[in-house]
Design a protein around this ligand. Structure first.
Ligand code: ZN
Length: 74
């Protein structure tokens, strides 16, 4: 970040400016966890939908594709 006092660039981990020894503002900690609740909920829905599609494929479509014509009575 740039020093608020003299404007020189300082690495993010610096506490004081290397040039003017002015205390630098603390870098914004990523207090916000990357897993936003709404985003996590959306991901859960996505997983549920994918699981449902896979379940339908396995239980409904796949037997028809594999066993078509071999079922008794057809
Ligand atoms: Zn400075």
């Amino acid at each position: 970040m740039d020093c608020p006092n003299c404007g020189v660039y300082n690495p993010e981990d610096r506490i004081v400016c290397w040039r003017c020894d002015q205390e630098l503002p603390k870098p914004k900690e990523s207090k916000k966890k990357s897993t936003d609740p709404a985003q996590a909920q959306r991901r859960i829905w996505l997983i549920l939908i994918v699981a449902l599609v896979v379940w339908i494929l396995i239980t409904w479509i796949l037997p028809r594709l594999l066993g078509g014509g071999l079922l008794p009575g057809s």
